[in-house]
Design a protein around this ligand. Structure first.
Ligand code: BGP
Length: 485
């Protein structure tokens, strides 16, 4: 589709930037905050890059006024941040910590004083450690009541001033990393447990949305999903089918539940056959169907390319007397071993020959951003807020004061242009929050991988002076926001 000119971004478009509590706040045990699962996990030797953790992070807890001042200078219209649950309710479901509430009160008021709309994420991966110990975290339905209490507390406290709320950040990512790959807490490698916990989180998401609609009728709430469009590697219909399977498995498995209250049939049947499907009761289905998000948050970094995974079916003669064959390693595994790789018969992830990559091997695909926005909007017909998009790079501070991150400007410019094309195509967009405002702690990559408009003078081994230094991209975004184009 070509246009003579692109639609202008609406006047009220929320040009923003984003962060997450654990990655910026520090003050991990200050003013009554309890530990979260990330405070604990990051201390396990070998789990994070150079043993980095969020104990101090970029010390936003003590620098928030300076950070908001910089946001204001930049002209940000919105700032997305998350609340650390264990700062509000240190043991997860007990007494409320007044000092924790006050911190976010002050932050919100400061943002509003500078005409910046707060966008609050309720959960960016940091469940209180106490709930992990008590119930096994998201593995237990008991945690839903605790989450509800936490939501109730913050809706009552901030709902009068904050319009936009995000329930869960990238549920697809934190469940996979935490319950399948053990590269995030709670450090588990069990696909069945992953699907079980994921279902409980879906229920918690629905409870939070319904509660919000009762308590903050003027507000807007929705989850933020880590979306990647799926491409077939060739026009071979088998590859097209593989890309469809991947779409169901990687995207619809969450988005259908959020927006329609049902799981995609194809994946559900497959998981049932493997004995790893979550248990969904009639009450669960009713609850999931009752909770409608007002918008969808989309985090976009890249998509994926897929091919048919050719599994050879061994012939009868090739089986031994026990029915096993050495021909196909997947099909010949016992079912519970197959179940640890449920996608194997559905698709295979392959390299896309057309796309360059970041230093961390993430594909750079601005057109995929337009594809993503159109597909999601066409399918679910909900307004979209882009809640993350950005480039992780090894930025260099020159002469103690300059960061020439032209590559980040190029990246953002290309993505925003595609977003504007999607807007012109007809996608309803509320805002765009670049990841991230300041540099911050990358969960597994320390401070080497930077995303911010503002450089933070610290490294993996030392806090240095934590000075805030605007990068070249800061001034570029400032100018962009001022012109709204
Ligand atoms: C998203 C997370 C963010 C952020 C970003 C970049 O998945 O929601 O919290 O971390 O990815 O990730 P990374 O730091 O691993 O490059």
């Amino acid at each position: 589709m070509y246009y003579k000119s692109l639609k202008r971004f609406p006047k009220k478009f929320l040009w923003g930037a984003a962060s997450a509590a654990y990655q910026i706040e520090g003050a991990w045990n200050t003013d009554g905050k309890g530990p979260s699962i990330w405070d604990t996990f990051s201390k396990i030797p070998g789990k994070t890059y150079h043993g980095t953790n969020g104990d101090v992070a970029i010390d936003h807890y003590h620098h928030y006024r300076e950070d908001v001042q910089l946001m204001s200078e930049m002209g940000l219209k919105a700032y997305r941040f998350s609340i650390a649950w264990s700062r509000i309710i240190p043991d997860g479901d007990g007494k409320v910590n007044a000092k924790g509430l006050k911190f976010y009160d002050d932050l919100i008021n400061d943002l509003l004083d500078h005409n910046i709309q707060p966008v609050i994420t309720l959960y960016h991966w940091d469940i209180p450690q106490a709930l992990q110990d008590k119930f096994g975290g998201w593995a237990s339905r008991k945690v839903i009541a605790a989450f509800k209490k936490y939501c109730q507390t913050v809706f009552a406290q901030y709902g009068d001033r904050v319009k936009y709320w995000v329930t869960f950040n990238e549920q697809n990512v934190f469940t996979a990393m935490g319950y399948r790959w053990a590269s995030h807490p709670p450090n588990v490698t069990d696909v069945k447990r992953m699907y079980a916990a994921n279902h409980i989180i879906n229920l918690a998401n629905a409870v939070a949305i319904n509660l919000f609609h009762e308590m903050v009728p003027e507000g807007k709430i929705g989850p933020s999903f880590g979306y990647g469009p799926t491409y077939p590697i060739t026009a071979d219909p088998n590859d097209v089918l593989a890309a469809d399977n991947a779409d169901d498995f990687n995207n619809n498995w969450w988005l259908d539940v959020y927006c329609r209250g049902t799981y995609p049939v194809l994946v559900m049947n497959h998981l049932k056959n493997l004995g790893i499907a979550p248990e969904v009761t009639e009450d669960d289905s009713r609850l999931l169907k009752s909770a409608k998000p007002d918008f969808l948050g989309i985090n976009y970094y890249h998509g994926g390319t897929f091919q048919q995974n050719k599994i050879e079916h061994p012939s009868k003669e090739e089986h031994d007397e026990k029915g096993f064959s050495s021909k196909d390693p997947y099909l010949m595994q016992p079912k519970d071993a197959q179940a640890q790789q449920p996608e194997t018969p559905m698709f295979k992830n392959v390299q896309n020959p057309y796309l360059p990559k970041t230093e961390w091997g993430w594909e750079i695909d601005p057109v995929g951003f337009r594809v993503a926005l159109r597909r999601v909007y066409e399918k679910y017909q909900l307004p979209i807020m882009v809640t993350e998009n950005g480039l992780g790079a090894k930025d260099q501070l020159e002469d103690g004061k300059v960061v020439n991150d032209q590559y980040r400007i190029d990246y953002l410019q290309a993505h925003i242009t595609e977003m504007q094309r999607a807007l012109t195509d007809g996608v309803e967009l509320l805002g765009y929050c670049a990841w991230s405002f300041t540099d911050l702690l990358s969960w597994l990559n320390g401070y080497k991988k930077r995303y911010g408009f503002v450089y933070i003078n610290r490294n993996d081994d030392s806090e240095l002076d934590l000075a805030r230094i605007p990068k070249k991209s800061f001034y570029w975004y400032q100018d962009f926001i001022r012109r709204n184009s």
